[in-house]
Ligand binder design. Structure first.
Ligand code: SAM
Length: 220
């Protein structure tokens, strides 16, 4: 069961390769006006490791990306926003194609660099249209980050993605049922159960380094 918490990782890889980090609940590494810098002693080589906001931000990004490293083939990034996941997948994982879907027209500007790639396709659409939008498109994996809580009908969504995806689903997000912006109150455990009922092999991991975070991994 999810343990709601406010912790976010603040870390950096030491030159010896050891991961050096703290969990703290004051600052987000993506907040540009944050001026936090900490120095910790690496518990492998005893070197001092200074972690400023920039290195903490890079470390946080890479920590998220580490959950998506097995993605390949044709990938659909739902609620792709400015392309945080799509950009990583395209630039690092050599997929055949990444389809980004988002309802917000403002994404187009942020996705400018990706739009120049033949291997990227942006679709300004609503998640509830997945079934029709991608009915003739082969999709191996569906990925998303921080989107599931904005979906109004989770049951329809799970039916649609189960019929759209050949191989796997990778969902990262947060679960804070008291948050005013959420559109459903379905917990990660309940989502996992619904996925299992549709025949997926599911694993849920609760993330102590990502504010009230979870990661759902599904394979056929
Ligand atoms: C918190 S942002 C996450 C963006 C991106 N996944 C990332 O990791 O940076 C949530 C995104 O989901 C999109 N979104 C929310 N509800 C949606 C819906 N019903 N259909 C399509 N996109 C939706 C929003 O427009 C927004 O870009």
């Amino acid at each position: 069961m999810i343990n709601q918490h406010n912790n976010i990782i603040w870390g950096k890889k030491c030159t010896c390769g050891q991961e050096c980090f703290i969990l703290q609940n004051k600052y987000h590494p993506w907040d540009e006006d944050v001026d936090m810098e900490i120095t910790i002693v690496c518990n492998k080589c005893n070197n001092k490791v200074t972690i400023d906001r920039e290195s903490a931000s890079l470390y946080y990004d890479n920590k998220i990306y580490s959950y998506f490293k097995d993605i390949k083939g044709h990938v659909l990034d739902i609620g792709c926003g400015g392309g945080f996941l799509s950009r990583f997948i395209l630039n690092n994982l050599m997929p055949c194609k990444v389809y980004g879907l988002d309802v917000d027209e403002g994404c187009i500007e942020e996705l400018n660099d990706l739009a120049r790639e033949d291997r990227f396709n942006f679709n300004k659409s609503n998640i509830k249209n997945i079934k029709t939008d991608y009915k003739d498109v082969h999709i191996d994996y569906i990925v998303c980050r921080d989107v599931l809580m904005f979906i109004e009908n989770i049951d329809n969504f799970i039916d649609d993605i189960s019929n759209t995806t050949a191989q796997g689903l990778r969902f990262m997000g947060w679960y804070i049922p008291t948050n005013k912006r959420i559109k459903n109150n379905v917990s990660p455990d309940e989502i996992a159960l619904k996925l299992k009922e549709r025949g997926w092999s599911v694993n849920v991991e609760y993330l102590d380094w990502y504010k009230s975070g979870y990661f759902i991994n599904c394979d056929r």
